[in-house]
Design a protein around this ligand. Structure first.
Ligand SMILES: Nc1ncnc2c1ncn2[C@@H]1O[C@H](COP(=O)(O)OP(=O)(O)OP(=O)(O)O)[C@@H](O)[C@H]1O
Ligand SMILES: [Mg+2]
Length: 260
């Protein structure tokens, strides 16, 4: 299998804390890779490093064979690597459609001056973006709520909107940090099915979550991070029965890794 993303020896310290400490892993083309690990393990920091939100102290990130270490998020989005947006990055006063259009502009942005003068090229890009938004909303079952302002959406829908914004950027790889945190079991099942449909479209997915039922029902492989480093990788069943993994969770007072 081809690695779409290859992370090698990535490290990032915050003061005296080694948040990510020599982390290496690969993500295969079109797989769903789960990332788990106790609180404070370095999962979010790893995603922040890969998505260019913060820069690593050392190490490298290859995306589709190209060195992309430390590149800014919008440039990574151009290349097809995006992360989902958290509820806090959604514009509350804007509708679901307007918010999703923002995501589409990450990949189709006509540029300031062309937009200002409404050139033919800018108009073409705008209609391409609008068509893409319609498609993404339909795909995530958001069409019915397209004209509702984001701030008035139930929480579960807000999470799906975060996914819509990311997908409208037409990614090859999308990274999601705790997409089902705070959702009911039924809502989590809906998100799981949506992510499976995302993969069927040829998109590769990295998903972090603490909900083991969600992770094992979704992921091809699971990668465990502990104290900023890789601890285990394999099928969900193998990883969740791995003694070192269970100890990592128990050691932090979280109960068995297979909880939830
Ligand atoms: N901006 C920051 N400044 C200082 N320390 C930070 C910063 N970001 C993360 N850390 C520290 O780095 C370590 C890893 O944090 P991180 O948020 O990546 O963990 P996590 O695996 O995502 O945890 P959780 O499951 O709770 O979300 C923690 O000790 C955290 O306190
Ligand atoms: Mg986190």
């Amino acid at each position: 299998m081809t690695a779409l993303l290859s992370v090698s020896d990535l490290s990032r310290h915050f003061g005296g804390v080694a948040a990510v400490d020599g982390l290496s892993f690969d993500v295969n083309d079109n797989e769903i890779l789960g990332i788990i690990g106790p609180n404070g393990a370095g999962k979010t920091t790893a995603i922040n490093l890969i998505s260019g939100v913060i820069k690593p102290d050392s190490g490298s990130v290859l995306f589709s064979g190209e060195e992309v270490t430390g590149i800014a998020p919008h440039r990574l989005a151009d290349k097809g690597l995006v992360r989902t947006f958290q509820a806090t990055t959604v514009f509350d006063q804007r509708t679901v459609r307007e918010n999703t259009l923002r995501g589409a502009y990450l990949s189709l942005f006509p540029g300031f001056f062309p937009a200002l003068f409404a050139t033919a090229a800018a108009r073409r890009k705008r209609s391409a973006a609008e068509a893409l938004v319609d498609e993404v909303l339909d795909w995530l079952s958001l069409t019915e709520v397209a004209e509702i302002t984001a701030g008035n959406l139930p929480y579960g829908y807000q999470k799906t909107l975060g996914m819509a914004i990311a997908l409208a950027a037409r990614p090859r790889l999308v990274m999601m940090d705790e997409p089902v945190a705070g959702l009911s079991a039924e809502e989590a099942d809906h998100v799981r099915d949506t992510i499976k449909r995302v993969r069927e479209r040829g998109i590769t997915v990295i998903v972090i979550d603490h909900n083991m039922r969600f992770i094992s029902g979704l992921c091809d492989r699971v990668f465990v991070i502990h104290q900023g480093r890789g601890l285990a990788v394999g099928t969900p069943a193998d990883v969740l029965s791995n003694t070192a993994v269970i100890e990592a969770y128990l050691g932090k007072g979280h109960g068995a890794a297979v909880d939830h």
